[in-house]
Design a protein around this ligand. Structure first.
Ligand SMILES: Nc1ncnc2c1ncn2[C@@H]1O[C@H](COP(=O)(O)OP(=O)(O)O)[C@@H](O)[C@H]1O
Ligand SMILES: [Mg+2]
Length: 385
């Protein structure tokens, strides 16, 4: 919308090309503090409307003689906030009921008021001022609409910005994980490194990075547990057959921290099952099932990893990295408890997590804006700096 000066948008257009009617009307309005612009014909009225006007006064004879379809089209094409008021200066005795043309004008020109001639100057002023007051309301509505629209656009831009930042951050995290992996590989190449340590470390880093991928696709707002679990199990299901690892549970969304904790726990559990448990022979199998509480307990998640038909289990005498990671490290990330039991017929790991992520810092927290302009060495990437 063009930014017409305030006066233009509040002026009254006058089309009364007979005698001195227009001049007289303009003078009366001016006296009352209303700016008036005299138009020579309907085309000029239309152009002036486009430039901005508060109302238009048109003598009825013009509408009888001239083609007003151009003005009608402009009326039709008004934006939703606009309902331009038109005052038709009707001929004597041309009251609505006796004047079939009047209904036609109303249909074509919309917001029409008829003012029968001759009229008292005070009547003219009050009719015009009423029209202008209505028009002012329309301008207010327009302003509110524009403010709303701007807010929506801003919100969309912010969301896009946030998506960009999250993608950027994820990209950097992935690069960092790759660097960590390569440093670890170089370091562990030395003769003193325990056998298999390199592969174990590499596969843990891959598990972490895959959980990051799931979270990134969801803008780090959280993840569906089935997606996280299936993805963590995917390499094992691919290698051993899907039927040996069953993943089952209702659709539940978990906070990012929980998603990563579960992904890493599953990775350790599956690796152990392959090394010592139900996935180490030909017939053993594993189920990972979960449920969420109902009603008040809707935020409580219980997930159980259960092995069966593996070699007989003997409770271990030492806790390795897997056990420590699951029982201690992840319990706090899960905001709950984790317990591993070693019954003879198969390991059972029970996870109780609280999904209420109040105070969960990773959830939909806008990243610092300056990340966007961080330099290549990533110096700007530390939110704490
Ligand atoms: N699924 C399992 N079945 C039987 N024993 C297991 C299973 N998982 C773990 N264990 C026992 O628990 C021990 C500790 O496991 P963990 O903490 O992951 O360390 P690591 O895998 O390095 O041995 C293992 O050495 C093994 O004896
Ligand atoms: Mg282990």
């Amino acid at each position: 919308m063009s930014r017409a000066p305030r006066l233009a948008s509040e002026r009254a257009l006058i089309l009364a090309p007979y005698g001195r009617d227009a001049q007289v009307a303009a003078a009366v309005l001016k006296e009352a503090g209303v700016e008036a612009a005299i138009c020579p014909d309907l085309a000029a009225v239309r152009t002036s409307c486009e430039d901005g006007a508060g109302t238009a006064l048109i003598v009825e004879e013009i509408l009888q003689e001239d083609d007003y379809s151009g003005l009608a089209r402009w009326v039709d094409a008004q934006p939703p906030w606009s309902d331009f008021p038109i005052i038709i200066l009707a001929q004597r005795g041309g009251g609505l009921e006796r004047n079939p043309a009047a209904a036609r004008y109303s249909r074509a020109l919309g917001n029409v008021t008829f003012l029968e001639r001759p009229f008292h100057p005070t009547t003219l002023v009050s009719v015009v001022q009423t029209a202008l007051r209505g028009r002012r309301r329309q301008y207010e509505a327009r302003e509110r609409l524009e403010t709303l629209r701007a807010a929506v656009v801003r919100q969309q831009q912010d969301q896009q910005h946030q998506r960009l930042l999250i993608n950027e951050l994820n990209h950097r995290v992935k690069n960092t994980l790759a660097t960590v992996q390569s440093i670890a590989a170089q370091t562990l190449r030395g003769a003193s490194a325990p056998l298999g340590a390199r592969d174990a470390l590499a596969s843990r880093i891959v598990a972490l990075s895959k959980a990051h991928d799931v979270l990134t696709s969801e803008q780090w707002s959280g993840a569906n547990l089935d997606e996280i679990a299936l993805q963590a199990m995917q390499p094992f299901r691919l290698g051993l057959g899907e039927e040996r690892i069953v993943v089952e549970g209702p659709r539940v969304r978990v906070p990012p921290k929980t998603a990563i904790a579960v992904a890493l726990a599953l990775h350790e559990l599956a690796t152990n099952a392959v090394k010592y448990g139900a996935l180490s022979n030909a017939d053993g199998h594993v189920t990972f099932r979960w449920e969420v509480g109902k009603g008040r307990a809707a935020q409580k998640l219980t997930a159980v990893w259960r092995e069966a038909d593996g070699p007989p289990v003997t409770p271990p005498t030492r806790a390795g990295f897997g056990t420590r990671l699951i029982e201690r490290g992840l319990a706090s990330d899960l905001n709950g408890e984790v317990a591993i039991a070693y019954p003879r017929d198969g390991v059972v790991c029970t996870i109780h997590a609280n999904l209420d992520d109040e105070g969960e810092p990773a959830r939909a927290t806008p990243l610092p804006r300056r990340l966007a302009v961080a330099d290549d060495d990533g110096a700007g990437a530390s939110p704490a700096a």
